[in-house]
Design a protein around this ligand. Structure first.
Ligand code: SAM
Length: 239
């Protein structure tokens, strides 16, 4: 998968994409992240990328021209069709389902806003989708792009050393993940749930599902309300 990021701060996005799971996925050739700086597509001597808003008001807006040319250059850099996503607090909230949907596409172009945002005409004509990472306002779209790249990168086949771990994560089956424990078995902070060292795999699976259901019910009942539970899960909830 190829991801092109349009940003006034390429070093920020490049840095995030070089480390951890996404860095490893890049090394393995599973995903490639390329940054494009609209300043390099500005046509004046000052490399201007922003302008004052018509009608007055605070702040500046990103100009159409440099952004449009940058998007065109990014799209032309590879053949596969690209979906253009604008990271925006006004977009649909990013969910794991959306991440799963995007992770199988061949290409994404991510547009990171700065200042007060982007001229609306550019969004109307060049952007396919707007996504938000939450109901708060960041000073730029780079962190949001990094969040999206990380979430997508770890779903690329072969990115995680154990393919099962993504499948077990919160949200992947609609529920929150169960609690996990590691060494030592005995600790002053507490003991392990005995079932985890019983060797009974069916019992462990059942315990984990029950924990996931319980946690989701306590912490995120909205998730449960939205999902179709199978018979065994419903029986566990009723126990
Ligand atoms: N004036 C805009 C508004 O109120 O909708 C906010 C502009 S914000 C200061 C600058 C840029 O940060 C936005 O263009 C967007 O790219 C990014 N951004 C801010 N909050 C975000 C969020 N919650 N999710 C995704 N991107 C965000």
């Amino acid at each position: 998968m190829r991801v092109d990021v349009i940003t006034l701060f390429p070093e920020f996005v490049d840095g995030c994409a070089r480390v951890g799971v996404v860095g490893r996925a890049q090394e393995r050739g599973l995903i490639s992240v390329t940054s494009w700086n609209p300043r390099e597509f500005a046509t004046d001597n000052y490399h201007t990328v922003d302008g004052r808003p018509y009608g007055g008001g605070p702040g500046m807006l990103m100009l159409i021209g440099p952004l449009r040319d940058t998007i065109a250059a990014a799209k032309a850099a590879a053949e596969a069709p690209a979906k253009v996503i604008y990271l925006s607090p006004q977009g649909a909230r990013l969910t794991q389902r959306k991440v799963q949907e995007l992770s199988v596409l061949p290409r994404l172009v991510l547009l990171c806003g700065r200042y007060e945002g982007v001229d609306e005409r550019l969004l109307d004509h060049e952007v396919d989708e707007e996504l938000s990472i939450g109901d708060y306002v960041l000073s730029g779209g780079e962190l949001a792009a990094a969040v999206l790249i990380d979430a997508i990168g770890r779903l690329q086949e072969g990115a995680l050393n154990d393919a099962q771990s993504a499948a077990q994560d919160s949200f992947s089956e609609g529920l929150l993940d169960c609690p996990h424990y590691t060494r030592p078995e005995q600790h002053e902070l507490g003991t392990l749930p005995a079932v985890l060292i019983s060797g009974d795999h069916a019992a462990i699976k059942r315990w984990r599902l029950k924990q996931s259901l319980g946690r989701t019910w306590l912490r995120r009942p909205d998730l449960l309300a939205r999902m179709q539970l199978d018979k065994s899960a419903r029986a566990l909830l009723e126990e």
